[in-house]
Design a protein around this ligand. Sequence first.
Ligand code: ADP
Length: 473
Amino acid sequence: MNTERDELFIDGAWTSPSGSQTMPVENPTTEDVMGHIPEGDAQDVDRAVKAAAGALDEWSQVPAEERAAYVAKIAEGLAARQTELAELVTGELGMPINWSNMIQAGLPQLTFGSMPDVLSQVALEEEIGNALVVREPRGVVAAITPWNYPLHQIALKIAPALTAGNTVVLKPSEVVPLNAFLLFEVIEELGLPAGVVNLVTGTGPVVGQALAEHSLVDMITFTGSTGTGKRLGEVAARQVKRIALELGGKSANIILDDADLEQAVGAGVFNCYLNSSQTCIAQTRMLVPESRLDEATDIALTNAQAQVVGDPMAEGTTLGPLVSAAQRDRVRNYIDKGVAEGATLVTGGSEAPEGLDKGYFVQPTVFTNVSNDMTIAQEEIFGPVLSIIPYRDDDHAVEIANDSQYGLSGAVWSGDDDRAMGVARRIRTGQIEVNGGSFNPMAPFGGYKQSGHGREAGKFGLEEFFEVKAILR
Ligand code: ADP
């Protein structure tokens, strides 16, 4: 695997960036530099956007089924490099290899591969009286993506954008960027028309900003922090650009008093800690009935202590490092803040886990007796910190769950499915799991409130990338 990258992919070819600066990519487990990427600039962005704009007319006229077939071929190319891809992401991100293999390398294949089927679910043309209503591509799409599920986020944007006939410039996260280069090697082999999809790497404030602001960009699709999302929202508003935002979360796992506590708490701890909690849908608030707080806390403690923290390449590891020193330090600060604001620390803490002084590891941490107005219950931590919050009755649980600036995901557990469904319908989030309902990669994904707007994945995700035109006859 080539981890030393000095070229961008623009207008159908690998090409030198305008400057000669590169950025290091760090392995968060070893703290070693594992590669480099080009540090692009506004000139590179301009070239890429112009290439995308130049390719739009031709690509938009390729029949949609043919476009979807191209996109599905990306899945085959990725499948052929599955192991390499999983190991690469584990290297640059730190997710345990088995999960990386399934999620980081597996999920993008599902998304790319699903496009022919997803396309068949959307009516590209319909009639309303004398109007022929047609769905057309929005134009040039700027895709700006984060580091936590890097290729998955890229796939959720590129796959539907290209299927709908848009052309794309991708600015992946500079923190976990090498997987994007592997993707573009796969794309290069497909022989798509030049300019249809382009890759420019660099920092957010330089490359990301220039891309979002470029006058030839018609739509911004972004996943990342709420702060950056708001900034991009302002850019889009100034130029009346379309924008889709997938931002933070602070999801509540509501365990009702008749739930199987072992199962509900165990699943909740697992969900919270997946990918070291660097997951926007992580269920970081666990809501339990006051009467069962001690019992739930004990079960959470047992589950947290069963986590195996260490080398993500080692068999059996469940919790790898955080992605960077900055991220680790942020999370440690949150843990200190939790203690300072009076939450009860059950296990974990802000010191490095024993024997793991190298690498950006944080102990799996559980707080109980957390009140929902504490910082650790309100802010997205993006580190393995679970907050257990007691509630009085179902109404109180719903009130706490909805008392958040975010609205991305959540869960409800009950011995009675109808009761769980009743609560689920009252939670103001874009997704919610009932009694362990499993992740569905084709279900619409996105947020209420400050978790963003627009939906990704499946049919709803594809629809974001169309404009609607009425041809009156
Ligand atoms: P995170 O903290 O999860 O990395 P960010 O919002 O900082 O979230 O980053 C997500 C993506 O947004 C990255 O690709 C990053 O480079 C990019 N980005 C950061 N700042 C800006 C900005 N001002 N304009 C455009 N893109 C940005």
